[in-house]
Design a protein. Structure first.
Lengths: 347, 347
DNA sequence: ACGCGTCCCGTAAACGTTTACGATCCTATG
DNA sequence: CATAGGATCGTAAACGTTTACGGGACGCGT
């Protein structure tokens, strides 16, 4: 089966009518529409995407850009795959397909995105790992490509975003640790320019202030968001004099490395050092003591992302009239035992 | 910047010459080529992919199909993301882009692939999770879409594939366990129709035979390849009367669940029950005792996949003249402690 | 009989690119 | 000088769709 022309000839109908029949347009007899659909099914005809895109200027494809640095690719998790399920459940309703665009580790994400945008291979984009100031946002805005970013940015302007509630996470974590008697609380934040690192630290700082605890910069550890980074964090924690009694991790896989380093040094996690991590991961279930952490549904987040995105696309926005353009995605605290040993007042 | 026409007008050159200049064709003055390239860079012109695809019948995009069932998506790992790095390093040399095509969990993989193929959105495909008999292979062959499958199949015919050496893995594992004195060796295989499960079991069976150990079907446990499945496997292991003294797992994440179930029952992994897993995963590093398992480089596998694929594509095959169409990908044994406690002869 | 509207269908242009072909100019060679 | 041939460029067709437009057939009311 070559194209619509062969299909039309086979049916002895004009090519225009066949197209209208297939696309559910009016001005076509219900009877002939049946014939056309049957023949298409029988001959296995599916419209060539290039031809269609060229004519309509639309691809019916949504892109999910994926970044994974050389350092974290080994530890990188099922985050994006977890998202796809929710995304697709919404996109499928509009006959939109999702493709993932993995940015090569040795290419600049901005340049990569620029290429993809210029080639007009997707109608809209979802980007993540949003930086504090992110050129990609300006790029997409100027190119008038609808998009939503997972993570707000200083560059966001009035574009759409959904951000994980890292402010809330930091606050609950500090509250909980303080309630358990901790006063010296360390925090492991990412070493790159990702914006959620800043939000996380801000929340941490303001929470301390709320509890009348002085902010101590030496308790802020900047490491990679990986198991390796967790190990490194543990290492640095042990060096601090007047060692903190608790630590908050921005990424749960770090807990594995942290536990490892602590255990090596004879420091018992949860007993000698309280630990709270983000986010709940099935594969960290094994940790002893069980990690206190925050839960979120990747599927639901995917659904929300898709709806927010569609709301920004003129052709689909009427389906989602009252969709928020911006939103803070809530996390739920899952109490474990890694922070529940009460401390004797040290002084 | 709209299209090549505007670029041509801006340069006051014909549209054909511009196209030739951009694509490095002959019959264009070196001087004007410079001008064209400069102007394209300045105005940010990039060829529209749809137009190009339509004309040349080629998209310059390679698809990596991703399957993840509802059950395993939570546990699914960085396998595909790990592959992309190697894939892209090769594809980039030929200006080919990689996209990942995640099959929705509620859609039949065959139908999904059929849609993607018919829409002509990629030039070639990489498929994985190959089934014992896999209709996708016939589909791609008939559609004359170059492809390589990760995992051979009974349907493979003379198509290209790379298969992980599960036969070798099963054999080494059995050899090692027998050398440690084990005679009753269980095996946890996947419950679906994925072909590597069969190969794994075959290898296991032949290895037993080689050692003069009778094959006992009750020692074959079929579970999902997830942490949950590992737990289930542990559960079933404990039910077997005349309990086996060792178990081989087809997937390393299963070890986490297995350890959990064993510990619950007071059975010490590595001591009361020897364990060998596939494949090495950074996140299973924490397990105590350390898991004996098999290592492979995802990056290198990606490289090999890309080269094998390109070798099947007429336009690129001359770059890879002596590339094997089929290949067994070797794994390296990483000794841990989970199988190294020597047993007293039980009888 | 005439006009008008509705239903259905065919015709052809347009989307942006690549490429076969032919045209022009210039140089070298006899 | 005539001509061959190389270098460079312009022209136009083609890829597979969608869709604006117009036209024929038919029914209905006047």
């Amino acid at each position: 089966m070559k194209g619509i022309r062969q299909l039309a000839e086979h049916l002895d109908i004009s090519i225009g009518t066949v197209s209208r029949a297939l696309n559910g347009k009016p001005d076509v007899n219900e009877e002939t529409r049946k014939r056309v659909l049957a023949a298409a099914e029988e001959l296995g005809y599916v419209a060539n995407q290039s031809g269609r895109s060229l004519r309509q200027g639309t691809t019916n494809v949504i892109g999910l850009m994926i970044e994974s640095s050389k350092e974290t690719i080994e530890d990188s998790d099922n985050f994006f795959l977890g998202l796809t399920s929710g995304l697709q459940s919404v996109l499928a309703r509009h006959k939109l397909d999702l493709i993932m665009l993995p940015c090569p580790t040795d290419e600049d994400p901005y340049e990569y995105l620029k290429r993809m945008v210029a080639r007009r291979v997707v109608d809209a984009m979802i980007i993540s790992a949003t930086q504090r100031v992110d050129k990609r946002i300006d790029l997409l805005s100027k190119a008038k490509i609808p998009f939503v970013s997972l993570g707000r940015s200083l560059s966001s302007g009035n574009s759409s975003w959904i951000d994980l509630d890292f402010d809330g996470v930091a606050n609950s974590a500090v509250d909980r640790l303080v309630a358990h008697g901790h006063r010296r609380i360390a925090i492991a934040a990412p070493s790159n320019e990702i914006n959620l690192g800043y939000i996380f630290l801000d929340g941490y700082r303001r929470a301390l202030e709320r509890h009348g605890i002085a902010y101590d910069p030496s308790l802020v550890i900047r490491v990679k968001t990986s198991e390796q980074g967790g190990y490194q964090a543990g290492h640095e924690l042990l060096q601090i004099d007047n060692r903190p009694t608790a630590v908050i991790l921005i990424y749960e896989l770090m807990a594995i490395g942290l536990y490892r380093r602590l255990t090596e040094a004879g420091v018992i996690p949860g007993h000698d050092l309280a630990v709270i991590g983000f986010r709940e991961e099935p594969r960290a279930k094994f940790l002893q003591p069980a990690l206190t952490c925050f839960r979120m549904s990747l599927h639901d987040l995917g659904v929300e992302l898709a709806e927010t995105l569609l709301a920004t696309m003129p052709a689909y926005s009427h389906f989602y009239p009252d969709s928020e353009r911006n939103m803070i995605w809530p996390l739920k605290l899952i109490p474990g035992e890694s922070d529940s040993f009460h401390l004797m007042a040290a002084e």
